[in-house]
Structures are given as C-alpha cells and as structure tokens.
Design a protein around this ligand. Structure first.
Ligand code: TGC
Ligand code: FAD
Length: 395
C-alpha cells in the first residue's frame, strides 16, 4: 500500500487490497462502531447462545439505540444512511454471528421496509418509529410448509368479511416469529397476493418454535398459524399487490446478506491465519507448509473479491441503479464463497475446528441456512440464467 508517492508498505493480511481506503470517514466510523458493539456485546456470549439455542431478545433496545434497525430507510426515526453503511453494519454483525445479522436484517429489510415502501401514512407513523428503537419487533411470513422456492403457490389466504379480513393458513421457518410483536404476512386474496400487518395477540394466531436446529442456533425460527384471524382493513399494506410485494423486500434483505457473509468469512479466515502461525506440526508452524498457504491465499482472494463485489453493488445501489438480478449475482457468489472459506478454515484448525472454542464451525453451520434462505443458490442461478439467456428455467 502506498501512502505517499515513493513510499511503499507491505499489504496487510486482513485487508490486502486496502479496501478500507475506498470508504468514506463516516462509513469507517459507522463500521468501527458496529464492530465495537459486536466485539463487546455479542462475541463474549455468542458461543453460549449458540450452544443453548437462545436469542438475547433483551438486546433489541441496544441495537435500536445504535440506530441499526431500518438504518437504510429515511424518516420515521430511521437513520437514513447509505447502502454501503448498511452493508458494512451487516458485515460486522455477521462477523459475530449470522443469527444476529439475520435478526437485524429481518427487522429492517423484511418487516420495516414493506411498511415503509408499501404502507399507508398511518401504518408508517404507527409502527416505524417504535420498530427503529427496537420497542416493536417484526417478522416476515412468506414461506409455507409446501411453498418455499415457489411462493406464488401459497395457500395462506385472506377473504373479506365486511370491512375486515379473515386470515387462514400457516407460514414456516420464520425468523423471529415467536418473539415478534407484529408479523408481515403475505396471503392470497381475490385481488392477488397482499401483505398484512398481523399483531401478536390477535385471536387465532399462534407461533411455535422450530427446535433441534444445527444452524442459526442463536436465532429464533418459528412456524406461524392463522386460524380465522380477524384483521381490520387498516392492517393491509395498500401500496402493493402481487408477488412483487414480498420480492421487493427480498431484494433489500439479499443485499444485506451479500455483505454479511463476507463478515463470517473474514472471521474464519482471520482465525485460520492466526492458528496456522501458532500450531506446530513436524517441527514448524502449519502456516509454513505450502498446502496450508495455498488454502489461506485462496481464502484471502475470495474474501477480498467478495468484499469488493459487495462494495461495488453498494455504490450502484446508492446511485439507484442496482437491479434485483445484480443482487442475485452478489448473493449467489458471496454466500457460496463464504461457505467455502469457512469449510477450508475448518480443515486448517484440524480437530479444534469442530468445537465451539473457535468460531469456525459455528459460522460454517450458520451459512448452510444462509445458502438456503432468501432464495437458494439454485434459485439465484436460475434468476441469473434467465437474465443472460432471456429463457426462464424454473419449471
Ligand atoms: P416472477 O414472475 O419472476 O415475478 C413476479 C413479480 O415480481 C417482480 N419481481 C421482483 N420485484 C422486486 N424485486 C425482486 N427481486 C423481484 N423479482 C421479481 C416481477 O417483476 C413480477 O412483477 P409483475 O409486476 O410482472 O407482477 O415470479 P415467479 O413466480 O416466476 O418467481 C420467481 C422466483 C422463483 C425468482 C421467486 O419466486 C423467488 O425469488 N423465489 C425464492 C423465494 C425466496 O427467496 N424466499 C425467501 C423467503 S424470506 C426469507 O428467506 C427470509 S430469511 C430471513 C433471515 O433470517 O435473514
Ligand atoms: P425447497 O423450495 O423445497 O427447495 C428444496 C431444494 O430444491 C433446494 O435445493 C432448491 O434450490 C431446489 N429447487 C427448488 N425449485 C427448484 C427449481 N425450479 N430448479 C432447481 N432446483 C430447485 N422464510 C420466510 O418467509 N421468512 C423468514 O424469516 C425465513 N427465515 C428462515 C430462517 C431459516 C433458518 C431458514 C433455514 C429458512 C428461512 N426461511 C424464511 C425459509 C427460506 O426462505 C426457504 O427455506 C427457502 O426459500 C427454500 O425453501 P424450502 O426450504 O421450502 O426448499
């Protein structure tokens, strides 16, 4: 890295391409604040939360105080920061744990965003300020037991009854489902798919947690059931109808993921790099063997390429010219490469790599969920295939 003309420095192992320099002072400051929060408030307990499969619901207000909920949205108490700042926050949170990033991205991109983008003035004023502080938590119900990759076939439906709607059906695999105060529920109606804001405590609504997960253990995942839930007409999101409603939210959340996964990958790369310098076998550090160096170099290449990709897509988003297909490019590439980095890191740690003493297998297992949710790698491949050939290959 050249600071001044003529003066050269050795590239740094954890930011080889000096990507830091491509950020503004404000972006760096925000990144450092979130990193401090993740290091001081999440990292000390994350292994315990993961092992016990618990999520610290009480920390929502701290996250709210930091301004991380809905941070990329304007107004209604939201911070209104740029896309790159939002991405950097996701990266720092996921460097701690994907479950924590999930919690923040579901709240901001999947629960607040649909209200912000498609809600009425009353809905925005009623919910968004309290969601920004973390007083009110939200979740997003699209997936059903029989409709995951193909949500267009959803069975959950709402029918008019006077001024009200009657909601029936169920949703599956819903992050934060049982701890949320409101659920954004997507349902078939006689006017197409519509979104509803369902409040906890509505008669006929129940949430049951999924147990025995081996991935995203420090995150709540639930099944939601709706049995003749009566909703006032004011609970429907008036601004959108059809599948593009939920898909527009997914484009926001997938953007956070393509950044976040580079955080998990960074954590694994740094851990493996450190370990390789202190673990002695055959009389020397394992980092001194050519095969280990090749692994580390490949990890670094993909980490830096993925981070540059995230930054490029972030700048495009800030200019208002990022398409959903380009978001799929980032989600497909960065989750896939992050997972490979974590698996490779796991091998460098040998037997130690399978324990919770190190973050590697926790990140690796978490990324198995990230590979599947928000569109599987196969679905993003098909989205890109359609974009370059003009031919749809989903069916
Ligand atoms: P298709 O005909 O392609 O599109 C229907 C309408 O939607 C529009 N659209 C989009 N709009 C905004 N953003 C996007 N990303 C959009 N993609 C499509 C499209 O223009 C069209 O609009 P219009 O006006 O013509 O009606 O729909 P399709 O039925 O063929 O489906 C396409 C497909 C398979 C790509 C889509 O269904 C899909 O993405 N499936 C994957 C499902 C998925 O990602 N589910 C995620 C659930 S939520 C979750 O996982 C949260 S994890 C939370 C956490 O913990 O972080
Ligand atoms: P399926 O759709 O049944 O897919 C199974 C396999 O078939 C996959 O490999 C898939 O790629 C492949 N496949 C499917 N269709 C095709 C095709 N046309 N061509 C080739 N291959 C295909 N959902 C929400 O709505 N809200 C949430 O908050 C939420 N949180 C989640 C949290 C976790 C921890 C997990 C694991 C999931 C969460 N989900 C959530 C659900 C997630 O979005 C779905 O799991 C995902 O969309 C895939 O659906 P599925 O699991 O039913 O798999």
């Amino acid at each position: 890295m050249t600071d001044k003309p003529g003066e050269s420095k050795q590239p740094h192992a954890t930011d080889f391409l000096d990507i830091d320099r491509l950020l503004s002072d404000e972006e760096r400051m925000l990144r450092d604040t979130v990193r401090r929060f993740a290091t001081e408030r999440v990292m000390p307990d994350i292994e315990k939360w993961f092992e016990n499969a618990e999520f610290p619901r009480a920390m929502a207000s701290e996250v709210g105080e930091l301004g991380l909920f809905g941070m990329h949205l304007e107004g209604y108490g939201c911070a209104g920061v740029g896309a790159v700042s939002y991405g950097l926050a996701c990266m720092e949170l996921e460097a701690a744990d994907s479950g924590f990033r999930s919690f923040v991205s579901v709240q901001g991109s999947l629960a607040m965003y649909p209200i912000w983008a498609h809600g009425s003035k009353e809905q925005k004023e009623r919910w968004l300020p309290r969601m920004a502080t973390g007083e009110v938590l939200g979740c997003f119900g699209l997936t059903e037991p029989d409709f995951g990759s193909d949500p267009s076939g959803m069975r959950t439906h709402a029918r008019r009854d006077g001024d009200d709607w009657i909601l029936n059906g169920s949703k599956m695999w819903i992050t934060s489902g049982s701890i949320a105060d409101i659920a954004i529920v997507w349902a078939q109606t006689d006017e197409g798919i519509r979104g509803f804001i369902l409040e906890r405590g509505t008669p006929g609504f129940s949430a049951r947690d999924v147990h025995r997960k081996l991935s995203l253990r420090a995150s709540v995942t639930s099944e939601l059931a709706f049995d003749d839930c009566r909703l006032p007409s004011s609970s429907m999101l008036p601004g959108v109808r059809g599948l593009k409603g939920p898909l527009s939210c997914l484009a926001e959340a997938r953007f956070g993921i393509l950044w976040g996964t580079m955080g998990a990958a960074r954590s694994c790369y740094e851990c493996a790099l450190d370990y390789s310098k202190s673990r002695i076998q055959f009389g020397k550090p394992i980092g001194g063997f050519q095969l280990t160096q090749e692994k580390l170099v490949n990890m670094m290449l993909e980490l830096d390429k993925g981070t540059l990709l995230a930054l490029h897509l972030g700048r495009m988003k800030e200019e208002g010219r990022l398409t959903p297909e380009q978001v799929s490019f980032g989600k497909l590439n960065n989750v896939r490469e992050a997972l490979k980095i974590c698996r490779e890191a796991r091998t460098i740690l040998g037997a130690n790599g399978i324990t919770l003493e190190y973050p590697v297998i926790r990140h690796m297992n978490n990324l198995e969920s990230v590979l599947t949710y928000e569109g599987t790698s196969e679905i993003h491949t098909l989205i890109l295939g359609q974009a370059i050939t003009g031919l749809k290959a989903f069916v």
